[in-house]
Design a protein around this ligand. Sequence first.
Ligand SMILES: N[C@@H](CCC(=O)N[C@@H](CS)C(=O)NCC(=O)O)C(=O)O
Length: 112
Amino acid sequence: MAIKLHRCPNLWVKISAHPCWKVQKTLDEQGVEYELVKGPLRRGKRDDLEKLSGQRLYPVIEFEDGSIYREEAADMAKTVEEGKLSEKAGAGALGGPDTAPPAEGSTEGGGA
Ligand SMILES: N[C@@H](CCC(=O)N[C@@H](CS)C(=O)NCC(=O)O)C(=O)O
């Protein structure tokens, strides 16, 4: 599975509390291949990230099919650890109801 890890540029911060490092380290530990895509430090400069993921925080994982996975870093790391990353590929992989696209055919909560 070829994925991209979009992350902040602070590559030297390697403490487990750092969201981007937490996910990157887990990918490394699990032997998941990825391409590192460094983004801008300042949130105000993250227009591309917002277009990609609907929000402005890193880390974000982009799958080969272009779908996006973003949750709290700790949850992302857990997903990777549990070998469930591929389950997040495809529509609806974003972390929150505000950013997740509605499922095809969805009535957006208006169903009976
Ligand atoms: N609670 C979030 C925090 C994510 C976060 O703060 N990421 C950093 C990069 S490691 C970031 O984008 N910071 C920019 C900002 O907060 O403006 C998580 O765990 O995913």
